[in-house]
Design a protein around this ligand. Structure first.
Ligand SMILES: *Cc1c(COP(=O)(O)O)cnc(C)c1O
Length: 467
């Protein structure tokens, strides 16, 4: 038997396999810093292991966020992690790349030649919506002050459908705005055009239209909204304008449904945001916001940073962040071009259509969104006959195979309806979709034969759905 002393053990650590090393065996404190350092490869393995039983991103059908990028993109991004996007002077090439991306998006969104558009990257759509909302609030205030309105008499409001994403609630809370929601109901699964203008008054800072309602994937009818706003504006000095939250549609619709009018082609659309990390195909977090003309971006919100001896305008809530995502977005734009994005989205769309058909074929579900527009499938149980199991049970069965598929109630007024949603992304190929359908059918069979499923009362709860 060999006996090792202290010195031996220290020597061994360098050459030992990770498992069996003293450091790996040593109980690392979880909630405070350890006093000592550990070797990099051991830290790597320990942390990698902690993440082992986390959900597999590729099997996550709950998220809109990108879960795959090409190795070249990942390489480029990891090689630019240290660049700080805000340091325009140090990284003028990166600043130029961001500028190019803004211009490319402006072109996709049909900015008009006589307008002077402005735009910037953000951490995601949430930051972009915050900036868009602030610009709306400040321009509203400047406009109505000139008209002599007492801006303190009432709280300003923002009009949006009840299918809004939580970032709008945050915006309204943080900036003292009344969130005026136009309820969705059984016949209106998007912004209700018959009632929306009833919510507008002199204190409305703007109306938000959504291109891709997070819950269902449906579009608000922005073209019709623009017409309603136009005739409203014809009759009043208290003009109102539209911001489009195109977090998921902004980099999908232009490639797939160029005939849909939703962007700066429409006169009253003054700003649009999108998430580069959704159908822009970049890892999180990157978003974009553009204003059709600098007239809609009040000067007081713009800050100057130094740039090659001169000054550059910026607008952001955040200051320092890595430029890697901006460079990743530029890689995708250069690499795929218009046709590439179209092809990728088209295949994603084909997979969504296939899934919708298979879900319909089961005969037990009713499709709420069949992936015609965004490749998002949303369905509920057919009302009759009532199944003995819920969509939460189905989500659990699917989770056993690694699939993450959320079930949740629809927003206010429709919250008695429990739905399940599949977000199809570029990296969810037809092969995976076939596997998924097999697992889904098996799960349904299992549930139909199970008698232990027992619910005291029907409860609705969000399940794995947080964004
Ligand atoms: C995802 C989403 C957001 C938030 O976007 P992040 O990029 O995750 O911050 C906002 N609005 C809509 C409609 C969304 O789908």
């Amino acid at each position: 038997m060999t006996l090792y002393g202290k010195k031996d053990r220290e020597n061994r650590e360098v050459v030992d396999p990770i498992f069996g090393s003293y450091s790996e065996d040593h109980d690392l404190p979880k909630y405070k810093l350890d006093k000592r350092a550990v070797a990099p490869r051991i830290a790597y393995q320990v942390i990698k292991d902690q993440l082992l039983d986390e959900g597999n991103a590729r099997l996550n059908l709950a998220t809109f966020c990108q879960t795959y990028m090409e190795p070249e993109a990942t390489k480029l991004m990891s090689e630019s992690l240290e660049k700080n996007a805000i340091d325009k002077s140090e990284y003028p090439r990166t600043a130029e790349i961001e500028n190019r991306c803004v211009n490319m998006i402006a072109n996709l969104w049909h900015t008009q030649p006589h307008d002077e558009f402005m735009g910037t990257s953000t951490v995601g759509s949430s930051e972009a919506c915050m900036l868009g909302g602030m610009a709306m609030k400040f321009s509203w205030r400047n406009r109505v002050k000139k008209l002599g309105l007492d801006i303190n008499a009432k709280m300003p409001n923002l009009v949006i459908s009840s299918g809004y994403q939580v970032c709008w609630e945050k915006f309204c809370k943080y900036w003292d705005i009344e969130l005026r929601t136009v309820p969705m109901d059984n016949t209106h699964h998007s912004l209700n055009m018959a009632t929306v203008m009833n919510y507008v008054d002199k204190y409305t800072i703007g109306i938000v239209g959504i291109m891709g309602i997070t819950y269902t994937g449906e579009y608000d009818n922005i073209e019709q909204l623009d017409k309603l706003v136009e005739s409203y504006n014809q009759q009043t000095d208290y003009k109102v304008y539209i911001h489009v939250d195109a977090a998921s549609g902004g980099l999908y619709t232009p490639f797939m449904e160029p005939e849909v009018n939703w962007d700066f082609k429409l006169k009253n659309v003054i700003s649009i945001n999108t998430s580069g990390h959704k159908y822009g195909l970049v890892y999180p977090g990157i978003g974009w916001i553009l204003w059709r003309d600098k007239a809609f971006l009040p000067e007081e919100l713009i800050f100057k940073v130094s740039y090659l001896g001169g000054q550059m305008s910026t607008m952001a809530i955040n200051f320092s962040r890595s430029a890697a995502q901006i460079i990743g977005q530029y890689y995708n734009f250069v690499r795929y071009g218009f046709d590439g994005y179209h092809e990728i989205h088209k295949r994603t769309h084909d997979v969504a259509t296939y899934l919708a058909k298979e879900i319909e074929k089961t005969g037990i579900f009713e499709l709420i969104n069949d992936g015609t527009h965004l490749p998002i499938i949303c369905y509920r149980h057919k009302q009759t006959p009532p199944a003995e199991w819920t969509l939460y049970d189905l989500a659990d069965r699917l989770a056993m195979k690694g699939w993450q598929v959320p079930a949740y109630p629809l927003p206010t007024n429709l919250d008695n309806i429990e739905v399940q949603r599949l977000v199809v992304r570029a990296d969810f190929g037809m092969g995976m979709a076939h596997d998924y359908v097999e697992d889904m059918k098996q799960a349904i069979t299992d549930l139909n034969h199970a008698h232990i499923v027992f619910h005291k009362k029907k409860e609705l709860k969000p399940y794995g759905f947080t964004h």
